[in-house]
Design a protein around this ligand. Structure first.
Ligand code: PXG
Length: 467
């Protein structure tokens, strides 16, 4: 491990400057200004170093993106070489460049059969905005322009632009700035929290059948597409019952509705296959990609279109849509190098054959802990539900998220980054994590859970909400 950088300003001064000028995303900036942000100065493998020299295990791969781990020197070299050669050129107006060509071809090679066309964006949010235009344009060209409604799920996350935020089903996001027209939501397949007395399989079917009900309510001739994350990430790593996706697929096929799999988190190895769609047997018409495409080394996202969708949209002539940085040459070269590393080092195989089994063994054991109700893991994407009563799948009496926050604070104190979503704890480490690092990560996770549990008992908070 390299030494931490020591030639920066003292932490307190950096925090004061940050508070004075930096408006943080998804943050109570007033509150953060009072306590000061944690300042990350270095990364290597699965390890981060902060401005105080603390070594932290990053159990979240940044924001679910640093799949190949931090500090890969090849990535910087490729970026520098590309900047020297051609730092920028656009892909509008009948021009292209080698990195965009090579990356699109490589993505088509890795994507499921019949998905061979890539539209580049700068992020997952932008890519989902592209998807809204593409599916609506698709139906215009097919002569059914009234087919323009997109169905998504409550508590899904598809980004933070107006389009992405509207597709997402997070009400606090809709409350800040509104929601665009023509997007409808159905309930999520969250059995632990919402399954009631149903078994998981029946619940999965029931939630999928809400799609059919919604289609019939709106009128099938008005519905353009359904969008969903194979596993909801930001919503709390909600792993759907096995019955869910096959039923969604059946319903989309029955009504001829386009299926968009938002693979921003689940793409590029996270679930033990190149794409979450493969893991769940989904046959999407469009996939949203970002994050793991470049392992977060450069901002890049995109939409992978099936041959059928692309041919219809192409037939319609020009699509009036594009971003200055669509296919940015440096980002594309960096993403290409990321995909080279992923393949050369067989990182997807490592997830499936080494890291997942090692983590699963430890993760499953967490249900022995007095406050852990369920522990679920697909590939390297996992969650646990914190509860004061496992049999009843009870919520805590305190406001939802309070216990989760306390648990996350213990993780941070133990130099482990593990997030909370409400009262669920979630994990998604870099895909290169070794069995030894998994052991260390889980030692810290258990210690944090123990401390959190003790704190709840001490404060009289290990109490269930009344029914
Ligand atoms: N789709 C999915 C499934 C995502 O997880 C986006 C789209 C948007 O991507 P960009 O690149 O525009 O951020 C995401 C992003 C969280 C968190 O709190 C998750 C994301 C972003 C920020 C925070 O878990 N996912």
């Amino acid at each position: 491990m390299n030494k931490p950088i020591t030639n920066h300003m003292p932490t307190a001064e950096l925090q004061a400057l940050d508070a004075a000028h930096h408006f943080h995303p998804f943050t109570d900036n007033n509150d953060l200004g009072k306590k000061g942000a944690r300042i990350i100065t270095r990364g290597e493998g699965v390890w981060l170093t902060d401005s105080e020299g603390q070594k932290i295990i990053d159990g979240m791969a940044g924001l679910w993106c640093v799949n190949i781990g931090y500090g890969r020197k090849e990535m910087g070299r490729v970026a520098a070489r590309q900047m020297d050669e051609l730092a920028y050129y656009n892909t509008f107006f009948q021009t292209t460049h080698v990195p965009a060509i090579a990356l699109a071809a490589e993505i088509a090679k890795l994507a499921p059969d019949g998905m061979n066309h890539v539209f580049f964006a700068g992020s997952g949010s932008e890519a989902n905005d592209t998807n809204i235009r593409v599916v609506r344009r698709y139906w215009q060209v097919k002569g059914q322009p009234e087919r323009n409604v997109i169905i998504a799920r409550w508590n899904g996350y598809h980004g933070s632009t107006m389009g992405g935020g509207s597709l997402g089903g997070m009400k606090p996001i809709h409350a800040h700035g509104g929601k665009i027209e023509g997007i409808e939501h159905i309930d999520q397949p969250y059995w632990w929290g919402e399954g009631g007395d149903m078994n998981e399989a029946d619940f999965g079917l029931a939630r999928a059948r809400q799609l059919e009900d919604k289609i019939l309510e709106i009128g099938a001739d008005k519905v353009a597409a359904f969008i969903g994350e194979p596993i909801q990430g930001a919503g709390g790593v909600i792993i759907p019952p096995a019955t869910y996706w096959p039923e969604i697929q059946r319903i989309c096929d029955k009504y001829g509705i386009l299926l968009i799999a938002d693979e921003v988190i689940t793409g590029f190895g996270r679930t033990g296959n190149w794409f979450g769609s493969t893991t769940f047997g989904i046959k999407p018409d469009i996939m949203t990609i970002a994050k793991g495409l470049s392992s977060g080394y450069a901002p890049i996202g995109g939409s992978i279109l099936s041959d059928e969708v692309a041919s219809v949209v192409y037939e319609g002539g020009e699509l009036f849509h594009g971003y200055t940085y669509s296919g940015h040459p440096v980002a594309a070269a960096v993403a290409l190098e990321n995909l080279r590393i992923m393949q050369e080092e067989k990182i997807v195989d490592h997830v499936r054959d080494v890291a997942h089994p090692a983590l699963k063994e430890e993760w499953d054991k967490l249900v022995d802990h007095p406050m852990v109700g369920e522990a679920k893991l697909v590939g390297l994407m996992g969650s646990i539900a914190l509860t004061p009563n496992k049999e009843k799948r009870a919520k805590f009496a305190s406001e939802e998220g309070k216990v989760g926050y306390r648990c996350r604070e213990r993780c941070f104190a133990n130099n482990l980054i593990m997030r909370h979503v409400g009262d669920r704890m979630i994990i998604a480490p870099p895909l290169v994590i070794t069995p030894e690092e998994i052991k260390e990560m889980m030692t810290r996770a258990r210690k944090s859970l123990d401390e959190c549990y003790k704190g709840l008992l001490d404060d009289g908070m290990f109490v269930a909400k009344e029914d």
